[in-house]
Write a protein that binds this ligand. Structure first.
Ligand code: HEC
Length: 446
């Protein structure tokens, strides 16, 4: 994503900018996390469709086995509707729907496994509380997990088909001034491979981005969307030349924008709008373009796409920066089931400021199996993000429920683990499909 050297320079460059931010009236904000609009929707009535926990169907005071039990219509359908149907719907990005009794029974015990192992819904960071918790986490509760397990264990009963359709929490929407980034063409992904990563260049509306929402043109093929901002005008020009050098709209880009850039928008289906933590925003100067990277997956559909990205912009905001902690000095030996490597980075460049960290965006390529970052302050080490099962296909943003401060005397320690069983050569840092990465971006502001 970034060369280590350049990124370190960028990190150092950020420190004085944060100081400037302080003069901008940024100090004194409270510890609020990202103010997703979702809170507004989680209101009375929500309980009506959250699947009941086991208590709901175990008759109090008896040890008798549950009668009536867990049924599709009574218990499972509401969980599927809330947590799965944004993708597993006819025409959705998942390769099959989970919106009928027949579809659910055909997957049966696999539903229990993918939920228990937290493969589905896709959410890679551990949100159990052993290493941070996140806002709007797509994280099934123990009661919801039990609903899957009990439904299968009790023989996948149908229940009453006349049960009213479950109501679902509507995804949050943007409320401020919105500019639309339009890729400008109907793009048909390369159907010769199941995954096509394409980067489109769009003009920056200027100002500060304070939130975003993505409207895929073709929901069956848009797997996820990342909008990158080049780190300099020169890197923006490099992106334009890559675009010009390749036939067709945009250019091919695998795990990154190919030029030095940081992610401003990270979106996967079903999430709705994201609003940055209260009052903060990322400046997007008009002198450099933005790069819209779309991951097309043609397993679930075909055809062309014209995706729109709505960015909520403000002329002024408390400046936020997206800074990476990078480990680039690794060499993964070939045919190794598990190779892990750790790197510590001092935060001394922060000088006298102690900014807050609001969010994390971890990143590796396809050999990656796990990633974790900790914050070392003197003798204490605090887990900052833990991804126990990395999946390159789901690059997501994780917003802290409780943002934390960092200071110049701290150190960030990043550990990555890879599996190189299929490789015959040593793998090192790089942009290509055969290269690897080990980094996490952090959303930082005063
Ligand atoms: C953000 C979109 C999204 C959401 C939400 C989602 N899925 Fe999926 N699911 C996918 C996609 C895409 C695939 C195809 C494999 C892949 O790309 O990971 C998939 C694959 C699956 C599979 C087959 C994979 C396997 O290993 O057997 C199952 C089963 C599944 N999902 C169940 C669920 C359940 C149950 C939920 C809700 C608790 C859910 N999914 C939520 C997108 C989603």
């Amino acid at each position: 994503m970034l060369s280590a050297r350049r990124s370190y320079r960028m990190f150092v460059a950020v420190a004085p900018l944060l100081v400037l931010g302080a003069c901008d009236g940024g100090a004194g904000t409270d510890d609020a996390g990202p103010s997703s609009e979702r809170d507004a929707f989680v209101a009375p009535g929500t309980d009506a469709f959250v699947a009941p926990g086991t208590d709901a169907y175990v008759t109090p005071g008896t040890d008798a086995p549950t009668t009536g039990g867990v049924t599709y219509y009574g218990n499972l359908r509401p969980v599927l509707a809330q947590h799965c149907a944004s993708c597993h719907v006819e025409g959705g990005v998942a390769p099959f729907a989970l919106t009928s009794y027949e579809q659910a029974t055909s997957w049966g015990s696999r539903l229990v496994e993918v939920t228990r192992d937290r493969i589905m819904p896709p959410y890679l960071a551990d949100n159990s509380g052993s290493c941070q918790t996140y806002r709007d986490a797509r994280w099934l509760s123990d009661a919801e997990l039990a609903t899957f397990a009990d439904w299968v264990a009790q023989g996948m009963q149908e229940g009453d088909p006349t049960t009213p359709e479950p109501m679902i929490v509507p995804p949050p929407v943007l409320t401020g001034a919105v500019s639309t980034l339009d890729i400008g063409v109907d793009y048909t992904p390369d159907s010769g491979r199941s995954d096509d990563y394409r980067c489109f260049i769009v003009d920056s509306p200027g100002g500060y981005v304070t939130g975003y929402d993505v409207h895929p043109g073709n929901r069956s093929i848009v797997h996820h969307v990342i909008v990158y901002e080049p780190t300099s005008d020169a890197e923006g020009d490099r992106a334009r030349s890559l675009d010009a050098a390749e036939a067709g709209p945009g250019y091919t880009c695998f795990g990154s924008a190919t030029v030095d850039a940081f992610p401003v928008v990270l979106w996967a289906p079903g999430g709705g709008a994201t609003t940055f933590p209260r009052g903060t925003g990322v400046e997007i100067p008009t002198t450099r373009p933005l790069i819209v990277q779309i991951h097309y997956n043609v397993l679930g559909g075909t055809g062309s796409d014209r995706t729109r990205v709505d960015v909520q912009t403000d002329a002024r905001a408390i400046p936020a920066y997206i800074v990476p902690i990078i480990h680039s000095g690794f060499a993964i030996p070939p045919r190794t089931e598990s190779y892990s490597s750790t790197h510590s980075q001092s935060l001394s460049a922060l000088g006298s400021i102690s900014p807050r960290v609001y969010g994390a965006f971890p990143h590796m390529h396809t050999l990656g199996t796990s990633l974790s970052v900790s914050l070392v302050s003197g003798a204490t080490e605090q887990c900052v993000i833990d991804v126990p099962r990395w999946d390159f296909n789901w690059q997501l943003a994780y917003w802290y429920e409780t943002p934390f401060r960092v200071s110049s005397t701290d150190e960030m320690r990043i550990t990555c683990e890879w599996s190189s069983m299929g490789r015959d050569t040593t793998t090192t840092w790089g942009e290509g499909t055969e290269d690897e990465m080990c980094l996490s971006f952090f959303y930082v502001s005063l």
